[in-house]
Write a protein that binds this ligand. Structure first.
Ligand SMILES: *Cc1c(COP(=O)(O)O)cnc(C)c1O
Length: 362
C-alpha cells in the first residue's frame, strides 16, 4: 500500500486514522456482524451513530440549543435551491458574489425571487473579499447569503458582515470545521461533506429553530423542506448512512486533536509554509490578495501556462496529486484541508523549490 499526498479540492483527503478504523469495522461494526452500509437506518446501532455524530459536532462548534443539526443529501448544490425555497418569504434576498460557488447559488436563487448583489469581487476575477462595511442590505430581503470560502478562487472571509437582526446564511462547504465559528451569528450554515469532513453524499445543515417552518414556497417538494428533516431527526427517509458514520469519526478525530482552536492553529501553520514560499519565490506566485487568502485552497501560478503544465505533470510523478487548478481559472491549486498533514505541505514546498532551481528563469 502506498498513499500519495492528495491536494484535491474535493472529494479530498481524509484522516488516515479514520480510514483505518472504518476498514477495521468494515465487515463487523461493533459486534453487529454487519457493515454500517448494510444496517437499517432504524436500528439501534445506527441511531447511536447519528446521535453521537450530532453530539460531537455540537460540542466541537459549541452549537447553541436553539439550532438544529441536519444530515441531508443532494450536496452543497441542492442547498442553493433549498435555502430560497424555505427562507425566501418575501421573494427577495441579498447575495455577496465572490466566485464560482456564490455565483451558482445566485443563479439558482433567481428562479425563486429577486436577488440583489450587495457586493462583488467579479471586477478582479474574484481575487479578494469585497468591503463589508456599509453594505446596502435591502429592507425586504429575507436573508444575506455568503460563501465563506470560495474553493475555486481561494478566498476566505476573515470577518463577517454586521447586519443586525437580518439573517445571515453561509456556505461553509470548503472550510467547515477548519476553525472555530460563532454559530449564533448565523441563521443557517451548511457544508457539503466531501471537502473537509467526509465522503460525498452528506451535507450538514445547522439552522436556527425559528427559521424552520411550514411557510415554504408553493411547490416545494417534501424532501426539500427543512421542517420535515428537523421533525424526523434527519431520518424522514433513508439518510446517507455510511457517510454520516464517517463524518462522525472525523468529528471525533477533531475532538482528539484538541478541537477547532487547535485545528485552526495547525491550518495556519500549514498555510503559512506555502504562502511564505509563494511570496519569496521568483517563479511561483499566489493569485489572491494577501488579507483574503484561504487557509484551505491555495491557488498559484508560475510564469506561463507551459511551465504550469510541466509543474503539474512532474509533481504528479513525484506523488503530489491533483494540483491542477480548476478548469475555469487555470494555474495550480493546492487544497490543504484539515486532514492534509503538515509533512505533505513541507514536501510540496521542497518539491517546488527544486522545480524552480531546475527550471531557472534566466
Ligand atoms: C464543492 C462546493 C459546493 C458544491 O458541492 P456539491 O456537493 O458538489 O454540490 C458548494 N459550495 C462550495 C463552497 C463548494 O466548495
Amino acid at each position: 500500500m502506498s498513499r500519495i499526498y492528495n491536494f484535491s479540492a474535493g472529494p479530498a483527503v481524509l484522516p488516515e486514522e479514520v480510514l483505518k478504523q472504518a476498514a477495521e469495522e468494515m465487515l463487523d461494526y461493533n459486534s453487529t456482524g454487519m457493515s454500517v452500509m448494510e444496517m437499517s437506518h432504524r436500528s439501534k446501532a445506527f441511531e447511536e451513530i447519528i446521535t453521537d455524530a450530532e453530539k460531537t459536532l455540537r460540542e466541537l462548534m459549541n452549537i447553541p440549543d436553539n439550532y438544529k443539526v441536519l444530515f441531508l443529501q443532494g450536496g452543497g448544490s441542492q442547498q442553493f435551491a433549498m435555502i430560497p425555497m424555505n427562507l425566501m418569504r418575501n421573494r427577495v434576498a441579498d447575495y455577496i458574489k465572490t466566485g464560482q460557488w456564490s455565483k451558482k447559488a445566485i443563479e439558482e436563487a433567481k428562479i425563486y425571487g429577486k436577488v440583489n448583489i450587495v457586493a462583488s469581487s467579479e471586477d478582479k476575477n474574484y481575487t479578494y473579499i469585497p468591503n463589508l462595511k456599509n453594505l446596502k442590505i435591502s429592507d425586504d430581503a429575507d436573508y444575506l447569503y455568503i460563501c465563506h470560502n470560495e474553493t475555486v478562487h481561494g478566498i476566505q472571509y476573515n470577518e463577517i458582515p454586521e447586519i443586525g437582526d437580518k439573517i445571515l446564511v453561509a456556505d461553509m462547504s470548503s472550510d467547515f470545521l477548519s476553525e472555530p465559528v460563532d454559530v449564533s451569528k448565523y441563521g443557517l450554515i451548511y457544508a457539503g461533506a466531501q471537502k473537509n469532513i467526509g465522503p460525498a453524499g452528506v451535507v450538514v445543515v445547522i439552522i436556527r429553530e425559528d427559521l424552520i417552518t411550514d411557510d415554504v414556497l408553493p411547490g416545494t417538494p417534501t424532501m426539500l423542506e427543512y421542517k420535515i428533516h428537523a421533525d424526523n431527526k434527519s431520518l424522514y427517509n433513508t439518510p446517507p448512512a455510511y457517510g454520516i458514520y464517517i463524518c462522525g469519526k472525523v468529528f471525533k478525530w477533531l475532538q482528539k486533536i484538541g478541537g477547532l482552536e487547535v485545528m485552526k492553529h495547525i491550518n495556519e501553520k500549514k498555510a503559512y509554509i506555502l504562502y511564505d514560499f509563494l511570496d519569496s519565490s521568483n517563479m511561483f506566485k499566489g493569485t489572491v490578495v494577501k488579507k483574503d487568502r484561504s487557509l484551505m485552497n491555495v491557488p498559484f501560478v508560475t510564469v506561463n501556462d507551459e511551465l504550469d503544465a510541466k509543474f503539474v505533470k512532474e509533481a504528479k510523478a513525484a506523488g503530489f496529486e491533483n494540483l491542477k487548478g480548476h478548469r475555469t481559472v487555470g494555474g495550480m491549486r493546492a487544497s490543504i484541508y484539515n486532514a492534509m498533514p503538515i509533512e505533505g505541505v513541507k514536501a510540496l514546498v521542497e518539491f517546488m523549490e527544486k522545480f524552480e532551481e531546475e527550471n531557472k528563469i534566466l
